[in-house]
Ligand binder design. Sequence first.
Ligand code: PMT
Length: 407
Amino acid sequence: MGISNKHIVLGVSGGIAAYKSADLVRRLREHGAQVKVVMTANAEQFITALTMQAVSGQPVHLSLLDPAAEAGMGHIELARWADVVLVAPATANFIARLTHGSADDLLNTLCLATEAPVMLAPAMNQQMWQDPATQENITTLKNRGVGILGPGVGDQACGETGPGRMLEPAELVDAVFAVFASGALEGDKVVVTAGPTWEAIDPVRGITNLSSGKMGYAVAEAASEAGAQVVLVSGPTCLAPPENVRLVSVCSAQNMYDAVMSEVGDAQIFIAVAAVADYRPVSAAQEKIKKHRDTLTIELVKNPDILSAVAQRDNCFTVGFAAETSSIEKHAREKLEKKGVDLIAANKVGDGEGFTADDNALLLIDRGEMRSLPSMSKPQLARILIQEISKRYHAKSPAQDSRRAHR
Ligand code: PMT
């Protein structure tokens, strides 16, 4: 666990504490994070873009209408790229504009456009911090789920003393680590399936599908970040397993079924992301099939349905994925009932969507509300999915929560 390879957008607004932002970037990168810096026009009065570019190793983003960014929409590109947006320092003016939904510069706009967690490290004169206008803005932002880090109390650049100092870079790095270690599934065992299955026709041929494993591996990683003990039962993929996740490699649907059944007995949550073959050849040829005949008929038999089997056991909160090419909601609702699961995450597949893509969008459907998660990177999406699963799991299983509290 940690922030290695995590995508951090660091927003810098115009305050004297901006000189510490360079050190913050350096520290985040020392932990393996990728950092892209966005500066407001006022921030450039305090620290140069050149400095931030040198420490981040990336071009610095300054303008809302950047012709160099994808289709001139840098804010959307950055909003999607970010795993977390941290604004440090966040001035009183930036905070006020964010509260009111201003979209007149790049930093404000991307904060509105992102699905990633947004965190602010306020930095300002103590009287400005304590002013009722600022305090109301902070309360509003907190209620909207924006993380407020600090401020610290002490001597200020203006010569006064009180609350309003930006937290030190090391403290901000700790806060970023905490985003990826929510603890929401601490002590729980989560089994995730991922990737395709391979149904052998002969020793060198088989029936498979286009699943890359990206979505399932991202879900496994997000569950691990949330503190769960994760077992990833994966069909053949080219991906390295996430850190702290136990990988069980399988080939066919039957192998996957066996592996899952031997792991779910003591698991609290099962998430079926794998694209499991519905059918397999009745028998695989022992030798490579020769092309003597003009036509070849392969008789197929149904594979066991892993998700339905786990849902029937009743000890696990079960989450299924639904891969649909049309009528997504309708088909997903049918799967919710037919398979008897607690939650379905439906995605559109085909035409470059879903399978193999780096981004995905999901429709979350259970027997209550429905939530649509717009297109974003699979790791980002997985983190939100895990939060949604955790909320529903804890609501459904308060008894297990209290057992855990006494462990
Ligand atoms: O791996 P990627 O390239 O990142 O692509 C991700 C994905 C598109 C594969 C993923 O997001 C996804 O949609 N996974 C489910 C694919 C699928 O098989 O959907 P389905 O609608 O056919 O199956 C419904 C559910 O039943 C799934 O949770 C599936 O894992 C499960 N199932 C299906 C058949 C079976 N025999 N056993 C099962 O457990």
